[in-house]
Ligand binder design. Structure first.
Ligand code: AMP
Length: 113
């Protein structure tokens, strides 16, 4: 997708700190980490958000969730982690390419909003 920041990262046009890649998924470190471990997991196929997830097939979607488990193990987030996907303006989504934040490495607040 033209002019999509994360598609440009996928294409190697913008550098990223890769932590995981498979056929359907790419993951890299967030440039402004909000926790000691803060990783973004994205599908390689462009869909804007969870609201458009019907643009992915079941394998593409499940691969994101399976990648999250693998990355959490790889990053040794054994005592827990949080997964967040902001969708749309009310959730302050800033990059319109579906992504899952993995946050870990410290205790999280009980409140999520
Ligand atoms: P969201 O606000 O949920 O759409 O999340 C977008 C995330 O992308 C934010 O946490 C940003 O810090 C992160 N981000 C923006 N540009 C880059 C980049 N070039 N490399 C890595 N992370 C980025």
């Amino acid at each position: 997708m033209e002019n999509c920041l994360f598609c440009k990262i996928l294409a190697g046009e913008i550098p990223s700190s890769k932590v995981y890649e498979d056929e359907f998924v790419y993951a890299f470190r967030d440039i402004h980490p909000q926790a000691p471990t803060h990783i973004l997991v994205i599908p390689k196929k462009h869909v804007a958000s969870m609201a458009e997830v019907d643009g992915l097939n079941d394998l593409e979607l499940a691969s994101c969730l399976r990648a999250i488990r693998l990355i959490a193990k790889q990053e040794k987030l054994d005592s827990g982690f949080r997964v967040v996907s902001n969708c749309g303006p009310d959730a302050c989504q800033s990059v319109p390419h579906l992504h899952f934040h993995i946050l870990g490495g410290r205790s999280m607040e009980e409140t999520m909003a």
